[in-house]
Design a protein around this ligand. Structure first.
Ligand code: PRP
Ligand code: URA
Length: 217
């Protein structure tokens, strides 16, 4: 797996990460979601540079030119709930993308070892031969994304697999590196220090789903 940390535009990415992490700013729900969307768009712009293109001829009123455009639109797959705002940034970038949605959530126990991932909804297009972008702002243990990948791999073989996260822990990156196929790429806003005893990313930003939508039961 290839790791791409988004450090090409620090002037754009770092102020967004600062606002996402700052407890005084992140409690503004509208701004938090908008910042995830903006970060998603920036990551999508970097990722798009690696997708195969084909030249299309366009005739303007004054002449003709060739423009390289993506060979085929990618498939965007996101994990509910926290994925939604981040996903929107990718959807804004890829006009004709197909999309899939997975309902998955962590059920936290007393310790990180007792963490369970429940998956109860999946609406996916055919991913055979497609460029798949798995979109989830938080990559903590990697358990949620690996469960999603297991489901996808049981149905189809994508041409390439891109995982996009706003913030990741080294533990989650290692888990993906172990289990995702060779042609996989990881796009990160930030790689943080570690997980805490409840499998939260440190320093991270807290609970992304709750910050977007409020606490769940
Ligand atoms: O790498 P992992 O250890 O699996 O943790 C990451 C998952 O945790 C968050 O979702 P959560 O389960 O909190 O659900 P929510 O989006 O509904 O809040 C996040 O959006 C990821 O899906
Ligand atoms: O730090 C974390 C870990 C999982 N999910 C989150 O929202 N935050």
């Amino acid at each position: 797996m290839n790791l791409f940390q988004l450090n090409l535009s620090p002037g754009l990415v770092h102020p967004i990460l600062l606002q996402l992490r700052d407890p005084g700013i992140q409690k503004d729900r509208l701004r938090f979601k908008f910042n995830l969307e903006r970060l998603g768009f920036l990551l999508a712009a970097e990722l798009a540079k690696t997708l195969p293109v084909q030249k299309v001829e366009v005739h303007t009123v004054l002449g003709k030119t060739e423009i390289p455009v993506p060979q085929q639109p990618p498939v965007l797959v996101t994990v509910l709930r926290a994925g939604l705002a981040f996903y929107q940034g990718f959807a804004n970038a890829f006009d004709d993308a197909d999309s899939g949605f997975i309902g998955a959530y962590r059920v936290e126990g007393e310790s990180a070892e007792q963490l369970e991932i429940r998956m109860n909804y999946a609406a996916l297009p055919d991913l055979t031969g497609r460029d798949l972008i798995l979109i989830d702002p938080m990559l903590a243990t990697g358990g949620s994304l690996l469960k999603v990948w297991q489901l996808i791999a049981s149905q189809a073989t994508p041409r390439s697999v891109h995982v996009a996260a706003a913030i990741a822990a080294p533990e989650g990156v290692a888990a993906l590196q172990q289990h995702l196929p060779e042609n996989s790429y990881l796009w990160l806003g930030a790689l943080d220090q570690q997980l805490n005893e409840h499998a939260y990313i440190v320093p991270g930003l807290g609970d992304a789903g709750d910050l977007c939508f409020g606490p769940k039961l």
